[in-house]
Design a protein around this ligand. Structure first.
Ligand SMILES: [Ca+2]
Length: 277
């Protein structure tokens, strides 16, 4: 009887421990799920075209103007500002070997980051160098620089301000004349702040941002910082042959002629034109 009781209490203890362990594991899973879950609705999209993207480009900033792409490529000693036509030549070899229309080397001490075009000036952020570089759109010639505090990640414009991300959940509005901050937003999805915001694109009153090392792009209300919806582009990355974990999705460029976004990533050999439904 004593043995049975002892066995019973051992079993009870073990099962209680098991239940406790299951609860801990369950709550870990719930937390993990919650940290990846978005309250905002998921948007659907359709790929309407694709083209090559030069894998030499470690894409940071990406935009369309007229019939051209403008793009910044990062890393120290390798940073570039380039422009090339949206329309590709027909043959595969011509596509691969097509030169840039113009290419500007960024001085080796800078790690180029986000790119914005405003009033025929190209503004290039630098990652840790607290320097905004300004180039002429037509020639890509360097014009001047301005300084700022903190890190530079993504850059875009609403036609008045330059809008910057710094890898946190904050978005900064800057005056183009002296790059002073005029407004700061915090991006939230429900109650949760969303950090690691990187490449930006402002389109028709809405701010779009991708999350570094994530396949999601967020649609953000630029007045409140609230995430209005999200777009999961994991299926695009899955179509690109990649060698390392830094080759993340990182290019968002609105093409007003096609009414769609061009999407690419760091050292991706392709880009995709997507229409959001
Ligand atoms: Ca962009």
């Amino acid at each position: 009887m004593i043995a049975t009781k002892s066995l019973y209490s051992t079993l009870l203890c073990t099962s209680q421990r098991l239940i406790t362990n299951l609860l801990v594991v369950g709550s870990l899973i719930t937390n993990l799920w919650a940290s990846n879950a978005f309250a905002a609705d998921e948007l659907s999209y359709e790929v309407i075209a694709e083209r090559t993207h030069k894998p030499v480009l470690f894409t940071q900033g990406f935009l369309v103007d007229g019939k051209q792409f403008y793009e910044t490529s990062g890393l120290y000693n390798q940073s570039l500002l380039v422009t090339y036509p949206i329309t590709e030549p027909d043959s595969t070899w011509a596509k691969i070997s097509a030169p840039f229309t113009k290419k500007q080397t960024i001085p080796s001490q800078y790690f180029a980051e986000g790119l914005a075009l405003l009033d025929n000036k190209l503004y290039v952020l630098t990652w840790m160098e607290k320097t905004l570089l300004v180039y002429d759109k037509a020639t890509l010639n360097y014009e001047k620089s301005m300084s700022y505090n903190g890190e530079g990640w993504g850059l875009t414009t609403d036609g008045k301000a330059l809008i910057r991300s710094d890898g946190s959940s904050r978005i900064y509005y800057h005056q183009p004349t002296d790059f002073s901050i005029t407004k700061t937003l915090t991006v939230t999805d429900g109650e949760q702040e969303i950090s690691q915001l990187n490449e930006l694109e402002y389109v028709n009153g809405v701010l779009w941002a991708n999350i570094w090392h994530d396949d999601r792009i967020l649609k953000i209300d630029p007045n409140t910082g609230k995430v209005l919806a999200q777009l999961n582009l994991a299926a695009l990355r899955a179509q690109v042959k990649l060698d390392n974990s830094e080759q993340v999705l990182n290019g968002i460029a609105w093409d007003p002629t096609r009414n769609a976004f061009w999407i690419t990533g760091k050292q991706w050999p392709k880009m995709f034109l997507i229409k959001i439904h």
